[in-house]
Write a protein that binds this ligand. Structure first.
Ligand code: CP
Ligand code: NVA
Length: 318
């Protein structure tokens, strides 16, 4: 049976955990909070007063950490950042960490290496668990990216997004959400760096239902043709540092630069989840150029996560 607040108490481990209607619901809440925050820098009757979020981060972060912490404060709640103090599975098992946090806080955001760790955390915790990035997915990033594109394009049906580089966590979540909303999501990655086959299958079945499409290739010049959005991310993700040199060689041809941009739509926008590695996956002239919307993406991390937290932890608005 549908409830008035379908996201209350829910986990967000994969972006595919949310239906399109639930994503729309998060976006509606985000829009209301963003408008209010931009007008007054305050939220009336803050929706998360008295709520506490534990943030278990096993990897570094600027955007995810600060936007969750600032977001909780702005919504009247509190966040506790835990990094070296709690190395999951080292000082204590994931299960024991989850069962203790359950007694203290209202929700957990976790950033881990293996995706299975957040899955286990969510299985053991009774409070909601939000994936703040694993090697498989980055759902909060995808929500912010798609929200940013919606602000710019309105409907995303038929909008072509070309992702140049690694078929990684950021690509996985973006592809799953983009095709659900009717986008044509393309990827050019070097042989051996294609996305996870199960995610590809999932995205293809979501695309079939949602009207979007997923196109995988190897040639950056081919996929950016007529694209409205060019997206890239680090060649080496956190946790893959030992492969950095090998990856620099494999990805040398996969740089978003002025030559590549010249092949895309004249008014194409450029996206990057950040942090960027200037001179590797993207050149400074493009990252700082007129088509770049990377700081809008980054700002929207704050707003969409507030929308998400308000939906998961707050009282219903309707
Ligand atoms: N995009 C993103 O997740 O950035 P951080 O790694 O700084 O959190
Ligand atoms: N793919 C990158 C994203 C960083 C936000 C990583 O996992 O390191």
């Amino acid at each position: 049976m549908a409830t008035a607040d379908p996201l209350r108490g829910r986990d967000l481990l994969s972006i595919a955990d949310l239906s399109v209607a639930e994503v729309e619901r998060v976006f509606d809440r985000t829009t209301a909070l963003k408008d209010e925050f931009r007008r007054t820098r305050r939220h009336v009757g803050p929706p998360l007063a008295g709520r506490t979020l534990a943030m278990l981060f096993q990897k570094p972060s600027l955007r995810t950490r600060v936007t969750f912490e600032a977001g909780m404060a702005q919504l009247g709640g509190h966040a506790i950042y835990l990094t070296n103090d709690v190395v999951l599975g080292a000082r204590e098992s994931v299960r024991d960490v989850a069962r203790n946090l359950d007694r203290f806080v209202d929700a957990i955001v976790a950033r881990t290496g293996p995706h299975e760790v957040v899955v286990e955390l969510a299985a053991q915790a009774t409070v909601p668990v939000i994936n703040g990035l694993t090697l498989r997915e980055h759902p909060c990033q995808a929500l912010a990216d798609v929200f940013t594109l919606r602000e710019r394009f309105g409907s995303l049906r038929g909008v072509v997004l070309a992702f140049v580089g690694d078929g990684n966590n950021v690509f996985h979540s973006l592809a799953l959400l983009g095709v659900a909303l009717g986008m044509e999501v393309r990827l050019a990655s070097p042989p051996g760096y294609a996305p996870n086959a199960r995610i590809v299958d999932r995205a293809r079945s979501i695309a079939a239902a949602g009207g979007g499409s997923l196109i995988l290739g190897v040639d950056p010049a081919e996929i950016v043709r007529e694209a409205a959005v060019i997206y890239t991310d680090a060649w080496t993700s956190m946790g893959q540092e030992a492969e950095a040199e090998e990856r620099r060689d494999a990805f040398a041809r996969y740089q978003v630069n002025a030559d590549l941009l010249a092949i895309a739509n004249r008014d194409a926008v450029v996206m990057h989840c950040l942090p960027a590695h200037r001179g590797e996956e993207i050149t400074s002239d493009v990252l700082d150029g007129p088509g770049s919307i990377v700081l809008d993406q980054s700002e929207n991390r704050l707003h969409v996560q507030k929308g998400l937290l308000a939906e998961i932890l707050g009282d219903p608005v309707d």
